[in-house]
Design a protein around this ligand. Structure first.
Ligand code: NDP
Length: 295
């Protein structure tokens, strides 16, 4: 906007800056404000993103407060993605199917919920590995929120099948339904025949578990011609990716998904395409090893 400082310039954020934020618990470790502010800087916008810690049980008050104070949008992370979906005035088709919202746009007539995780995953696959899921056999390990988003995105992108491997049978079956007729529950052994194998569990994440813990798909099943993706991005790469790479598989860590899902949020809020390269550089060298959440 003419006459106002762009993000990063002296005087930014001005008194008329547009405010967005990330809500979660815990959320102080979140890389989202760094990603968003890098985008605003690259786009020359007087917008600012901050972290809003929201106590369990205070989501309703936080959303009402955001509207009252003219906050333009919110990124939503653990543990509020599902609860936020129930509080929206409208939701996108993807957020409705997932029953989870990771991005809120505050419109004049209400709160609109979106979910950019799947779009972020597909963007990362394309940019980071040149991989197109169309016609490919895919296997997803895990059955939580991230796994469901990935299963739905792969099916929508034309995968020939999406196999879900989960430790809790009911949750695995439910996640597989995201892919409709293309989805089924499988076993770890199915990985040998897959073109793409995705770890969507926190196994191997530095913050919560031993960084050496492996997801329940033996990397020895993987090899040349296969792509192994870990949604975990601390550490980069995970032990599982290192072992898959040693076996000759191509590998991709979770940072790209984080960047691309945030870029999609920037577009929803500002109407301008998220500047992926600038956002990538803002976080690629500045990761907090304590980071616990996916976003
Ligand atoms: P959830 O808690 O919703 O789901 C976790 C899933 O992993 C569940 O299915 C759970 O099993 C399974 N699981 C947990 N621990 C283990 C284990 N030790 N061995 C086998 N399975 C396990 O988490 P999310 O789906 O939100 O996140 C999953 C991972 O993806 C996290 O590491 C998160 O950081 C990452 N992520 C990364 C993003 C990115 O942008 N790169 C975006 C979102 C998430 P059960 O069904 O039995 O509970």
């Amino acid at each position: 906007m003419a006459g106002t400082p762009a993000a990063g310039e002296v005087g930014w954020p001005s008194a008329s800056a547009s405010v967005v934020g990330v809500i979660g618990d815990p959320v102080r470790h979140s890389l989202s404000p760094t990603l968003h502010n890098a985008a605003f800087r690259a786009l020359g916008l007087d917008w600012v993103s901050v972290a809003f810690p929201v106590a369990p049980g205070a989501l309703d008050a936080a959303l009402t407060g955001a509207r009252a104070m003219g906050v333009r949008g919110l990124s939503v992370t653990m543990p509020f993605k599902e609860a936020a979906a129930a509080q929206m005035d409208r939701t996108s088709a993807t957020a409705s199917r997932l029953g989870a919202v990771n991005c809120v746009v505050v419109e004049a007539d209400g709160l609109v919920g979106h979910n950019t995780d799947g779009q972020g995953f597909l963007g990362s696959l394309r940019r980071g590995a040149g991989f197109d899921p169309s016609g490919r056999r895919c296997l997803v390990v895990g059955a939580g929120g991230a796994a469901r988003a990935v299963v739905l995105a792969l099916a929508d992108a034309g995968a020939s099948e999406v196999v879900v491997v989960g430790r809790t049978p009911d949750r695995a079956a439910e996640a597989a339904t995201m892919a409709g007729d293309l989805g089924r529950v499988g076993t770890a052994g199915d990985a040998a025949a897959a073109d793409l194998v995705v770890n969507a569990t926190p196994a191997g994440m530095a913050a919560t578990l031993g960084a050496g813990e492996l997801p329940p798909v033996d990397p020895a099943l993987l090899g040349p011609g296969q792509l192994a993706v870990d949604l975990v991005y601390v550490p980069r790469p995970t032990r599982w990716l290192e072992l898959a790479s040693d076996r000759g598989a191509s590998v991709l860590d979770g940072l790209g998904m984080l960047v691309h899902q945030a870029a999609a949020q920037i577009e929803l809020w500002t109407g301008q395409a998220g500047p992926v390269e600038a956002m990538w550089h803002a976080v690629a060298d500045a990761q907090d090893p304590r980071a616990a959440a996916g976003d």
